[in-house]
Design a protein around this ligand. Structure first.
Ligand code: 5AD
Ligand code: SF4
Length: 430
């Protein structure tokens, strides 16, 4: 979601005649689009800001002005604190307010010496106020929903991104068509809880994610569709049917369980048990036996026992994820879990994470190795480390490197897989 937001901000700055630079010293405007999901990400912002301030001072000596801005969830969570902790920041916009970026940067250019903070939860959707989106490459993100009403007890998202809001169907289709027209062949529909999508169609009727997926699939230029992130309790039968009927829907699904223990899930305020989750996966596999699963996991949630943790490992052994993301529980201020008793020691969290990741990587490596010899359609998204090398993704989101001409960039090409490791594949273009 932050990548999507950052791209839209870059588009806005582009319209002002500001172009992106790789050389930090050249930047007249520096914007940090921030994440507050775990402590490490949030704290990094302040050290990065400190470095940007040094740069600003160095540039000032050369007579150059530098505008420093912060956007995203850290702004929302820290509110006025951010301007106190980093008083040299020129503006701070919450994640729902960055549609004002152009106006704010322009105002600062016009009249220096002003600091601006805006963290309103607006009644109008920011998406209505943003200029049109355009493709950055063959694969684009498209936000269809924002915010979350689930209130998992560890999570800051409902507080920083606000309550759940679904964009209207027609707005999304318009953006999807434009992304297709400007070069995207793959769309990843985004939301914090994307499968609870319930946007209105032109007649004011509420539609679900399955409806939207079918509509997006009708767009000729779009060849591949994904959606992220889903909530297990909100996977309905219409959505499962999409995995059977929609050829453009990729056979990969990120469906976080977080923990395999029903006790922990309950204290996390997740609206599903381990059994519910496994039944959803069973249905998905019946709809499409080739589907590969991915998940998020949190280890060391308050009160997590050795046995709770073992049940998480059991789920991994049962589902055999082809990819996964795992984290140590991180206390977030203002969330219910932060004040729960029986917080887990850092040492134990670290040990559990290591054990879990070893197991997850094992399955991921096995899956990647099983791809050798197969021919897969790969969307080439970028240049590789070597000359004449491109990187891309298989339908299963595996990273792939292959010798290929630049003309294949942003195209879907058949590749025979010749090598595999934990994190990537190599192959030959056919
Ligand atoms: N600590 C650790 N991980 C977290 N996540 C969300 N909040 C926390 C937290 N406080 C993880 C969840 C979520 C992913 C985006 O980040 O696994 O699915
Ligand atoms: Fe956070 Fe996801 Fe839970 Fe929403 S569903 S509260 S975004 S972890």
């Amino acid at each position: 979601m932050n990548v999507y937001d950052s791209n839209r901000m870059a588009n806005m700055l582009d319209q002002m005649g500001l172009t992106a630079t790789n050389r930090q010293k050249d930047a007249d405007v520096v914007i940090f689009n921030t994440c507050h999901i775990r402590e490490k990400a949030a704290e990094k912002v302040f050290s990065d800001l400190g470095r940007a301030y040094q740069l600003k001072l160095e540039r000032a000596e050369e007579g150059k002005d530098t505008i420093i801005g912060v956007t995203g969830c850290v702004v929302q969570a820290e509110d006025k604190q951010i301007l106190k902790r980093a008083p040299y920041v020129d503006f701070a916009l919450g994640p729902l307010r960055y549609f004002r970026l152009k106006e704010v940067v322009q105002e600062i250019f016009n009249k220096r010496e002003m600091q601006l903070l805006d963290t309103e939860f607006s009644a109008i959707s920011k998406f209505d106020l943003l200029p049109e989106n355009k493709a950055e490459g063959g694969c684009s993100f498209l936000a269809i929903q924002e915010g979350c009403n689930n209130f998992c007890t560890y999570c800051v998202v409902p507080y920083t991104r606000g309550i759940e809001m679904s964009r209207p169907v027609e707005d999304i289709l318009k953006e999807a068509r434009r992304l297709a027209d400007t070069g995207s062949v793959e769309l990843n529909l985004l939301g914090q809880n994307v499968n609870s999508y319930h946007g209105e169609d032109i007649n004011g009727k509420e539609r679900n994610l399955a409806y939207l997926l079918n509509k997006v699939a009708e767009i000729d230029g779009i060849k591949r569709i994904r959606y992220t992130t889903s909530y297990p309790a909100d996977v309905d039968d219409d959505l499962i049917a999409c995995h059977k009927n929609l050829k453009k829907l990729m056979p990969y699904l990120h469906l976080p369980i977080q923990s395999g223990s029903d006790d922990v899930l309950k204290r996390m305020n997740r609206r599903h048990t381990k059994g519910d989750y496994l039944r959803v996966i069973e249905k998905l596999k019946t709809a499409n036996p080739d589907i590969g699963m991915s998940s998020d996991f949190i280890v060391g949630f308050p009160g997590e026992t050795d046995d709770d943790f073992k049940q998480t490992l059991d789920v991994v052994n049962e589902v055999k994820y082809i990819q996964a993301f795992s984290f140590k529980y991180s206390k977030r201020p203002g969330t219910p879990a932060a004040v729960m008793e029986n917080q887990i020691e850092e040492k134990v969290k670290k040990e559990r994470l290591q054990i879990l990741q070893d197991l997850l990587f094992d399955y991921q490596t096995k899956f990647n190795l099983s791809s050798i010899g197969k021919v897969m359609p790969v969307l080439f998204e970028g240049k590789g480390r070597h000359a004449r090398q491109l990187t891309g993704r298989t339908p299963y989101m595996q990273n792939l490197y292959a010798e290929a001409d630049n003309s294949l960039l942003n195209k879907i090409v058949n590749v025979r897989i010749t090598g595999a490791s934990t994190n990537s594949l190599s192959g030959e273009v056919i």
